[in-house]
Design a protein around this ligand. Structure first.
Ligand SMILES: Cc1cc2nc3c(=O)[nH]c(=O)nc-3n(C[C@H](O)[C@H](O)[C@H](O)COP(=O)(O)OP(=O)(O)OC[C@H]3O[C@@H](n4cnc5c(N)ncnc54)[C@H](O)[C@@H]3O)c2cc1C
Length: 464
């Protein structure tokens, strides 16, 4: 019986597990995640942030689904080291793993460490928010939004009262996100204004969510238009007008010079009673490259993501290295560029080790989008289970709803206007179909109405 181990239960890892089970009804499938939930929608985190939906509605595959498919989901366990050659992973000792001891071959080298052996491994560890090296980026009340814990921390610190975290369990979890030794967990005094750095997809969604929660939001974007990867000037302008109507303020074509901070009154008071409390300055404003200063109580970085390579050799040194120096030394041969390099079967440079989703790089491409992660997970799962599947790059496509405004784009968007295109432009809608020299649709932009989007993407892929 084959043992499959998947690190990461996002859409790539969970899709792979489902696919493996489809083709191998006998094998043991372990899905390990450092997060506390089964697969949930990161895309809907902004809706959770502003209280439109609760935690339950974020969940895509619940525990029952895992039980039904005999996929062993182990949550709240962080893998800290991988020995690719000996086919073992290591984590800090946890009672979660003890519970399934009987079903896991465990070779206890040390009392403090759990060791898993595997036959085939999928790295589906996703990506991390990129925090640009701006002065002040380490201050308290500087956030990014990647996980449900990030969202809960923001809710707590910005005191977003309408967020649906009313049940005691959720409240406890929010408390658990506090950092006991510093003032990071303390609610900000009267938070009213937030600066979002980055006018990309995630930044705009988060900005709209915070406006919905009653916070004043300014978006600072380096580029001179919104969603530069998805929209041309005309489409971006229409979206900007829509968002300005709901209250978002934009500073386009602007860089961030520095985040300004001060020790909050509440933090200073607490420091007098809590021994050893490390105080971090709280944000009080953002200084732009132009010299302008925007008043702010918090900053949300939304400056893109980077594949999470912390498990790759040479990327990290953990306590486990000290105990497992020998194993750390043997793992030099996995090929890593911006992401973990894979072939069309999602195989890495080491046999039986696969990678999929935001962490993987295929053919020099790593879009870090949902559709790509899901398709790569499917291909990896099939191949791990002994089938033969090949991945084809998905055309970059995104559908998003910012404050109810439907926006979508796919493929070539022809920002320069050099190609043939069909354009429909009204006060509330902008649609552009970009065509190649043979009249084939190779890209599209839709703002205000995305009802044709799936049909157009299928046409682009030659599926209709
Ligand atoms: C707020 C937000 C909005 C988004 N909106 C869109 C959108 O509109 N459209 C779109 O296409 N994409 C969107 N995305 C991107 C999309 O969500 C990602 O591309 C997708 O979730 C990637 O899936 P993944 O499975 O590769 O990684 P992830 O979903 O990041 O999952 C990786 C998992 O691995 C776990 N993990 C990592 N390291 C370890 C370890 N050492 N031990 C154990 N577990 C570990 C992590 O905890 C995580 O659960 C959005 C993302 C965010 C955050």
């Amino acid at each position: 019986m084959k043992r499959y181990l998947i690190i990461g239960n996002g859409i790539a890892g969970t899709t792979a597990a489902e696919e493996i089970r489809r083709h191998d009804t006998e094998g043991e499938i372990f899905l390990i995640t450092k997060e506390s939930l089964p697969l949930y929608s990161r895309i809907r985190l902004p809706d959770f942030l502003c209280g439109k939906i609760g935690e339950k509605e974020l969940i895509i595959k619940n525990q029952e689904w895992h039980d039904k498919h005999n996929i062993k989901l182990i949550h709240s366990v962080e893998i800290e080291k991988i020995d690719f050659l000996e086919k073992k992973v290591f984590s800090k000792k946890s009672n979660k793993i003890d519970k399934i001891k009987n079903s896991v071959k465990e070779d206890s080298i040390s009392q403090d460490i759990d060791v898993f052996e595997f036959d085939s491994l999928l790295l589906a560890v996703g990506s991390k928010s990129f925090i640009p090296p701006v002065k002040g980026n380490e201050f308290g009340s500087v956030f990014s939004l990647r996980t449900i814990d990030d969202a809960k921390l923001i809710i707590k610190r910005l005191q977003i009262d309408n967020a649906k975290v009313d049940n005691p369990k959720d409240r406890d979890q929010i408390k658990a996100t506090q950092t006991p030794n510093d003032n990071q967990g303390i609610a900000i005094d009267n938070p009213k204004e937030v600066v979002v750095i980055g006018g990309g997809l995630l930044g705009l969604e988060a900005a709209a969510a915070m406006i919905h929660a009653g916070i004043k939001v300014t978006v600072v974007e380096f580029c001179d238009r919104l969603l530069p990867r998805q929209l041309d000037y005309q489409g971006a302008k229409l979206l900007q007008i829509f968002l300005e109507k709901i209250g978002v303020i934009f500073r386009l074509g602007e860089g961030t010079e520095e985040i300004l901070g001060k020790i909050s009154e509440r933090g200073a008071k607490l420091a007098t009673v809590i021994k050893g409390l490390k105080l971090k300055p709280q944000v009080k404003g953002v200084k732009l490259k132009s010299g302008d200063i925007i008043k702010a109580d918090a900053v949300l970085f939304s400056a893109g993501v980077r594949p999470d390579l912390s498990l790759m050799p040479d990327q990290s040194t953990t306590d486990l290295d000290i105990q497992f120096n020998a194993c750390a030394m043997t793992n030099k041969s996995i090929s890593v560029n911006k992401g973990v390099v894979v072939n069309e079967r999602m195989e890495t440079s080491i046999p039986s080790i696969y990678a999929a989703g935001d962490v993987a790089e295929y053919d020099g491409v790593n879009l870090c989008i949902w559709q790509e992660a899901m398709e790569q997970g499917r291909v990896a799962g099939m191949n791990m289970a002994g089938k033969d599947a090949a991945y084809k790059n998905v055309p970059p496509s995104n559908i998003l709803k910012v404050a109810g405004i439907a926006v979508a784009s796919a493929g070539e968007i022809d920002v320069e206007g050099k190609m043939e295109s069909e354009i429909v432009s009204t006060e509330s809608i902008y649609k552009k179909l970009v065509k190649d020299e043979n009249g084939k649709i190779v890209g599209c932009i839709m703002v205000g109405d995305t009802s044709d989007f799936n049909k157009i993407v299928k046409q682009m892929r030659g599926e209709v």
